[in-house]
Ligand binder design. Structure first.
Ligand code: SF4
Length: 75
């Protein structure tokens, strides 16, 4: 799962830190940092964190697999 936090929207309430402390943490008083691609074992906690965020700053997504390279012949 990919995690993206809109730090312009985040108000540092800390609900995500309580819900998923392995993924979200504060650095200093108010600076939120987080794992962008946390371990899959954290998925349930990350979903709880996204639901708990009072300003809906957390967006969850699925990692996109890179398309395989194809060999192309130029003339
Ligand atoms: S719960 Fe939302 S507003 Fe609070 S620190 Fe986390 S991302 Fe920011």
């Amino acid at each position: 799962m990919h995690v993206l936090v809109d730090l312009n929207r985040c108000e540092s309430y800390g609900q995500c830190v309580f819900a998923a402390p392995d993924v979200f943490r504060f650095r200093g008083e108010e600076s939120l940092e987080y794992d962008h691609v946390p371990d899959g074992a954290s998925d349930a906690a990350v979903r709880r964190a996204a639901l708990a965020c009072p300003v809906q700053a957390i967006t969850l997504g699925t990692p996109v697999e890179e398309a395989p390279l194809r060999e192309v012949t130029c003339r």
